[in-house]
Design a protein around this ligand. Structure first.
Ligand code: FUL
Length: 490
């Protein structure tokens, strides 16, 4: 009899072991999912924009197209300094305006003389893209390029000949400078301009004139790993404003077909489209100054650390990337006023996220997929974003808690959905345990790649995340907790 009961105990033990270790199928993807190139881009999070052209020397924001190339003459152009500044700020990629709306080319294009080759800079032998590409290589930085579809200098703008010209230039810049991670298609196009001396207004049909599908094919052919940015994606969408703010609700979903560069329905872009068929995440572009180009009179108007921090929380903290413009000045360097603020911003950001209080802490869930260890809540605090917690397919909510072990001050929570399987969550609540009762400190709608929420500093040993609505079983790969310095950036 005694033997029999030991046998049953052993059997039970084996059954438990087997059930813990059993392989349970992962959930199927929900809705559209990111491509590898989109995933790589999303992880870059913080990027630099460099707006530089004849405007830097004329003081304009939109050059008319009649500027003489003679005025482009930086006295001390130093792309290594640009990239160093970006690197030290923690940025992971840069994007240069190879050609802005005025049509002046920062590289010696063989299709026009309206370029650096007609300028006194380096006696017409300079090439800004080349110098930037070399600096990026040296500092292990990724390079992207902006090629304005609108060209106020070109005599043929408005004709089909211009589309050939535009594509030839696109081929040049995507062929001669190594790997490009992002190609930027601006939405501003069509209007008055110099147009080879015609000085008139030229209207184009923004939807059809450029034949975007054919232009996109060129990018795919020449730089298959590059993401394309525009109001419509196809890989990355404009966030719909130039303040750098994503919507509090921010889906990486969009029906790309309903948009095009310069489309009027851009007001939908901050939040994306909840049920959109394509994966098109948001990039939040904003300038460190009021203008996109350097103007000395704006030296006193450089954004403050507080303003940049607010943008960070509203871009990276809301499932977007943060593309911050740092315009080189007339010397051809990032201006000292901007460098000082950027350094201080980096320091402040490092203090905000100095120590992840949730790392390695015990995490619990009310349910997890197939009761398999593979999908348990401990995956949320293991600092490994490839492991994730998820529920069974028919369970669309979840209660997760983290035990900090001792009473600890917290005021930030960072949550990540495992977006390789799609974006699912629609609503969540954060509570902390204070004096034996749960107290709500924050709530939100979407999460996506990354969501960061701030709340007043509170001392607690347990924090709870309740997912209250989700389109499919929720899948999270990371939760972090911080105690940031006492400063309200919002
Ligand atoms: C806008 C342009 O018109 C601005 O000059 C700037 O390049 C900004 C990033 O995009 O549409």
């Amino acid at each position: 009899m005694k033997n029999m009961s030991s046998f049953l105990w052993i059997l039970l033990f084996i059954l438990i072991l087997v059930s813990c270790g059993k392989q349970v199928d992962p959930p199927a993807a929900y809705g559209p999912v990111p491509t590898e190139r989109q995933m790589n881009w999303q992880k870059m999070e913080f990027l630099a924009f460099f707006h530089f052209t004849t405007n830097t020397f004329t003081g304009l924001e939109w050059g008319y197209g009649d500027e003489s190339p003679e005025i482009f003459n930086p006295t001390d152009l130093d792309c290594r300094q640009w990239v160093r500044v970006a690197k030290e700020a923690g940025m992971n990629g840069v994007i240069l305006t190879a050609k802005h709306h005025d049509g002046f080319c920062l590289w010696p294009s063989e299709y026009t003389s309206h370029s650096v080759k007609s300028s006194p800079w380096k006696d017409g032998n300079g090439d800004v893209i080349r110098e930037l590409a070399e600096a990026c290589k040296e500092y292990d930085m990724k390079m992207g390029l902006y090629l304005s579809p609108w060209d106020r200098n070109s005599a043929v703008y408005g004709d089909t000949a211009y589309i050939t010209y535009y594509r030839n230039q696109l081929r040049e810049i995507l062929t001669n400078y190594g790997d490009i991670y992002e190609v930027w298609f601006d939405g501003a196009n069509g209007g008055d301009g110099y147009y080879g001396g015609a000085r008139e207004e030229r209207k184009i049909d923004r939807k059809t004139y450029y034949d975007w599908p054919a232009t996109r094919k060129i990018v795919r052919e020449l730089q298959p790993n590059a993401v394309m940015f525009s109001d419509a994606g196809p890989d990355v969408r404009w966030v719909g404003n130039e303040h750098g703010f994503a919507g509090e609700t921010n889906w990486s979903h969009l029906n790309g077909i309903e948009f095009y560069p310069g489309s009027p329905n851009y007001k939908e872009l901050p939040s994306g489209q909840e049920n959109g068929a394509d994966w098109i995440p948001a990039e939040c572009d904003v300038s460190i100054r009021p203008g996109w180009f350097y103007h000395e009179k704006e030296d006193s108007l450089v954004k403050t650390v507080g303003e940049l921090m607010q943008i960070y929380y509203n871009s990276v903290g809301r499932n977007g990337t943060f593309l911050l413009n740092l315009p080189p000045d007339k010397t051809g360097r990032i201006n000292e006023h901007d460098v000082v603020v950027l350094k201080a911003f980096r320091k402040a950001l490092d203090k905000e996220f100095a120590c992840n209080l949730a790392a390695g802490k015990k995490a619990f869930a009310d349910s997890w997929r197939g009761k398999s260890k593979q999908y348990s809540a401990s995956n949320l605090t293991d600092e490994n974003k490839d492991t994730y917690w998820c529920t069974d397919d028919d369970i669309l909510t979840g209660l997760l808690s983290i035990d900090l072990g001792e009473k600890t001050e917290v005021n930030r929570i960072l949550i990540q959905e495992h977006i390789v399987l799609g974006q699912r969550i629609k609503a969540f609540i954060i509570e902390v345990l204070v004096d034996g009762a749960w107290k709500e400190v924050a709530s939100g709608t979407t999460i996506g790649y990354k969501r960061i929420l701030s709340f007043p500093t509170i001392k607690t040993d347990k924090i709870k995340l309740s997912i209250t609505e989700s389109y499919a079983c929720p899948v999270l790969n990371n939760i972090e907790l911080y105690r940031a310095p006492e400063q309200n950036w919002e």
